[in-house]
Design a protein around this ligand. Structure first.
Ligand code: ATP
Length: 311
């Protein structure tokens, strides 16, 4: 398969769930336009109910779209459904595995499901990559939560898809395991696999993803390279640690957006496109504050997220 420009491309993708019982119909996706570059680690962020799972489920074939189009690895999901779906591996949110199978058996079953010929199976290699080779013959019910989750990742890899989607993969996973999972995901990406992940851990998305799309109420409200997204928030903060902690903002600083932190430090928020730090420091000195130390704080994704989903 030639490498396409986009691993996933959605055009005006829509989904309206039909009314059922007392529940009214719900338009979960209102025309999603998204281009996920091949080879990237792409983050899909959005509050609960934004439509992320619906989007992923349409790609994997669990949910039928009601409008628009989508293609996976250059293949339209309507025109070439089987090929399109064999190009993705989805690691679902919920751990769903038969507790009486061993990891080896679970992997073989999955490979059979995808029609991977025995000669092409790389079961042990994949189990090794996720650190489960020594557990290959243990029952799944004997594995820890983190091990089960790694087995889910391994299962999504059996057919060597060029695109792997991880739906909230680290929810409930401890810090150490999260690290090792991300390391593995990073290696997969280096080896050429496009990674798409939904996460509520904004810091993680910021650290891992080359590009991030923010979905809110069924619409894409931003989709940009991570640094560009972060730059959208033009404001920065200058934190001044005075020799003597402050109680109130001195009147001489009434012209700037200043506040006092609990430790007596002075925090000044400013637009970096309008005000230079040098000028601000001068203003502080003119207010007779002697500076012991200072630092600047840049906005993080959390700020961008809160700002953009406020509406
Ligand atoms: N089968 C369904 N029938 C009716 N409404 C649904 C169905 N599945 C999802 N919805 C609704 O569609 C909207 C989008 O849900 P979706 O699960 O896609 O959101 P999400 O962004 O994945 O949220 P989360 O982060 O909580 O998984 C929600 O309002 C949800 O209640």
């Amino acid at each position: 398969m030639n490498k396409p420009k986009f691993a996933i491309e959605a055009k005006q993708l829509e989904k309206t769930y039909k009314a059922s019982g007392k529940l009214p119909a719900k338009q979960a996706l209102k025309g999603i336009d998204l281009q996920i570059p091949a080879g990237s680690i792409f983050g899909l962020l959005g509050p609960n109910g934004a439509g992320k799972s619906t989007f992923i489920n349409i790609l994997s074939g669990l949910v039928t779209k009601t409008g628009g189009s989508a293609s996976i690895w250059g293949m339209d999901i309507d025109a070439r459904p089987r090929e399109a779906r064999s190009a993705i591996g989805v690691v679902p949110q919920e751990i769903n595995m038969d507790p009486f199978f061993t990891p080896m058996e679970a992997m073989e079953l999955q490979a059979g499901f995808y029609g991977v010929p025995k000669s092409q199976r790389r079961t042990e290699q994949i189990l090794d990559a996720v650190g489960l080779l020594d557990k290959k013959d243990a029952y799944v019910r004997q594995l820890s939560g983190g091990m089960k989750r790694r087995l889910m990742v391994a299962k999504a890899m059996v057919h060597a898809p060029p695109v792997v989607i991880l739906d909230e993969p680290t929810a409930g996973v401890d810090v150490e395991l999260r690290r090792s999972l991300w390391e593995y995901v990073g290696e997969l990406n280096k080896a050429g696999t496009t990674i798409i992940l939904t996460t509520h851990y904004l810091e993680e998305a910021e650290e891992l993803c080359d590009e991030i799309a923010i979905i809110n109420h069924g619409e894409v409200i931003a989709s940009e390279p991570t640094p560009q997204l972060l730059k959208r928030l033009d404001h920065r903060s200058l934190i001044i640690y005075p020799k003597d902690p402050l109680q109130v903002v001195p009147p001489a600083l009434s012209g700037v957006d200043a506040s006092i932190r609990p430790d007596g430090a002075l925090a000044i928020t400013f637009r970096s496109s309008e005000t230079g730090i040098g000028r601000l420091i001068e203003t502080v000195r003119e207010a007779n504050i002697s500076i012991e130390d200072l630092e600047t704080e840049d906005p993080d994704l959390e700020d961008v997220f809160v700002e953009m989903t406020k509406a």
